[in-house]
Design a protein around this ligand. Structure first.
Ligand code: PLP
Length: 319
């Protein structure tokens, strides 16, 4: 077990006029280095931390793509990823969406998938994507390395919103990229240093703490989700339940926006908030963010660590 305390220093003095392991916080810091080592070990690659999952997405896109390039983006993946990549269209990036259950389109310079997609919970065909000539990024936020290690399935980069399961307590905004190739990681590290898109020591410490209980948490969340899914499926007011079979994230549809609002505002044990992957169960209607990309009655449920019967007792009377 790694015992680390947070070193918040922004500078480390030269030693006899020479730079030591750490010099200036933008270049790297001890707590971040520990957290990167721990996450790299879990994913089987070289990890780099960023101030959020979106910052990781932004940095990776800027580092790997140039004007005129095309990114093939999995349909139905995290809404914010599409918004972010489309914001780069002003700088000449092209974004094409494809069904990640099949092969990515020819001609793309980067393939971006999500395992499983949020909030549709569809898994990518990683073998088909790895066979594509372009580098493959897999956003594995919802799977976590407990259920999937994308680098073992041909991915070149794994992306995490570590704000979610890896941090695990809804108290740290953080992102990560894990690279298959150590030389590529070094390039990204240099790019991170010059752009200044770097994670601070405190969230890195919270990631280390979160990783200590990652497996316990996600296994318990999986067990609870597996209890709730059949109950939701059997409920006459629920038309569709989406679940990848593992992890704590699922979504289901009630009749319409009004019914969804009744559920999300009526819960008491469950919290009506955005985000996922924490110790507390969260529910929200995704149409508020995603508009008509999702059915109006779609509710996303991020299962926490509460008692499954307590969660069902909260939810069922509102359906
Ligand atoms: N990727 C996925 C799958 C997400 O769910 C999210 C956030 O919801 C992000 C990336 C962005 O991460 P962050 O909110 O840490 O910027």
């Amino acid at each position: 077990m790694r015992l680390v305390s947070v070193d918040r220093s922004a500078i480390w003095p030269y030693e006899d006029g020479e730079p030591g392991a750490f010099v200036y916080q933008r270049y790297g810091h001890p707590t971040g280095a520990e957290a990167e080592a721990a996450l790299g070990e879990l994913e089987g690659g070289t990890a780099l931390l960023y101030p959020s999952g979106s910052a990781a997405t932004f940095s990776l896109a800027l580092a790997l793509l140039k004007p005129g390039d095309t990114v093939a983006l999995a349909e139905g993946c995290y809404f914010g990823t599409g918004v972010l990549l489309r914001a780069l269209e002003r700088w000449g990036l092209r974004v094409v969406e494809f069904d990640q259950a099949g092969p990515p389109p020819e001609g793309a310079q980067l393939v971006w998938e999500e395992a499983p997609s949020n909030p549709f919970l569809r898994m990518p065909d990683l073998e088909a994507a790895a066979a594509h000539q372009a580098p493959l990024v897999v956003d594995s936020t919802a799977a976590t390395p407990v259920y999937l290690r994308p680098l073992e399935h041909g991915a070149d980069f794994v992306l995490h919103s570590a704000t979610k399961y890896l941090g695990g307590h809804d108290d740290a905004l953080l992102g990560a990229v894990v690279c298959r190739d150590a030389a590529k990681a070094e390039e990204l590290r240099r790019f991170r240093t010059v752009t200044g898109i770097v994670a601070a020591p405190d969230p890195a410490y919270l990631l280390l703490r979160g990783l200590e209980t990652l497996r316990l948490r996600v296994e318990r969340q999986t067990a609870t989700a597996r209890e709730l899914v059949p109950r939701l499926e059997a409920h006459p007011a629920v038309s569709v339940v989406r679940y990848a079979g593992f992890g704590g994230l699922l979504s289901f549809d009630v009749a319409d926006a009004e019914a969804a609002r009744r559920v999300e505002t009526g819960v008491r044990l469950i919290t009506n908030a955005t985000s996922l992957g924490g110790t507390r169960t969260l529910i929200e209607s995704r149409a508020r963010w995603e508009g008509d990309r999702v059915p109006p009655g779609l509710l996303r449920l991020s299962v926490g660590l509460e008692d499954p019967d307590g969660l069902w007792a909260d939810l069922e009377p509102l359906l």
